[in-house]
Design a protein. Structure first.
Length: 278
């Protein structure tokens, strides 16, 4: 995300921030526009999901989603009340987490509401972390889908592991998963993707999504056929990276995503505790 975009979005979000009894909040109707939702009904679905997440985390919904009524003028000059909420920073964070991160304003909001400071530098640092989490989750979903698809076509879990390893070897230019783990100092029992940079995770996901598509389209059956397809797709993705001067096997490891996930969960608790009234 470009710096000018971050500055513009930050100014927009801060323009609509309010304070009440020392608690920062945003009106839901304002946040709807900031996050790019056209219809209130669609935004209410996001609010409901966020409420459920709040409850599941052990916090009181009413502390973070208090209802508010607004009076709006009608064409006739009369007024009528409309539904609204006063959303704490934690509530806004949960709503953003349920949004589509491909939208710039939602990707920004996920980091903006996650930090307790308005320093632009910290928001900028948080955005790449959110992007890495999102890429990893997409890869998990794609690999889960591949595992299901090939199980239906006669390939067991051990076969899936071999197919994935062959794909890795093609992506990393002939270096096996085990060798890459050793090179990146990844514990043997941990998935290598938890230590890869976003670009490599995205590359693995793209190759896996193409494999999923072609397995369905061509009704590929058996380990050998699926492995051949997966190796081809990883080889093609590697070629694409090389054209841009990127050698995935030469990229350094990044911080363990599981460790970062625990850190983010701790940050969420801080946001929630500081957002509610005492």
């Amino acid at each position: 995300m470009e710096k000018i975009t971050i500055i513009t979005l930050q100014n927009s979000f801060e323009e609509f921030a309010h304070q009440e009894e020392g608690i920062e909040f945003w009106f839901a109707r304002d946040l709807q526009k900031l996050l790019g939702y056209d219809k209130w009904e669609n935004f209410l679905n996001a609010i409901d999901k966020a409420k459920e997440a709040c409850k599941n985390s052990g916090y009181h919904i009413e502390d973070h989603f208090p209802e508010a009524r607004k009076m709006v003028k009608l064409g006739s000059g009369s007024e009528r009340p409309i539904e609204d909420y006063k959303l704490t920073r934690y509530a806004c964070y949960l709503i953003a987490q349920n949004g589509d991160p491909r939208k710039e304003q939602i990707a920004f909001a996920q980091s903006y509401f996650a930090v307790q400071t308005r320093k632009q530098e910290l928001i900028e640092q948080r955005i790449p972390l959110q992007e890495r989490f999102e890429a990893r989750n997409k890869l998990i979903n794609a690999e889960t889908e591949l595992s299901k698809l090939i199980y239906e076509r006669g390939v067991d879990d051990a076969g899936f592991a071999r197919i994935r390893s062959k794909g890795d070897e093609a992506l990393f230019g002939g270096i096996s998963t085990a060798e890459m783990k050793q090179q990146l100092k990844v514990p043997k029992a941990r998935p290598i993707a938890d230590f890869l940079p976003t670009i490599t995770i995205t590359a693995k996901n793209l190759a896996t999504e193409i494999t999923n598509f072609n397995v369905r389209k061509d009704d590929l059956k058996g380990e050998n056929n699926v492995a051949t397809e997966h190796v081809k797709n990883n080889t093609d993705v590697r070629s694409l990276l090389l054209k841009s001067g990127i050698q995935p096997e030469k990229l350094p490891a990044e911080e363990d995503l599981k460790k970062l996930e625990r850190k983010v969960k701790a940050e969420e608790r801080v946001i929630a505790d500081r957002s509610k009234k005492t």
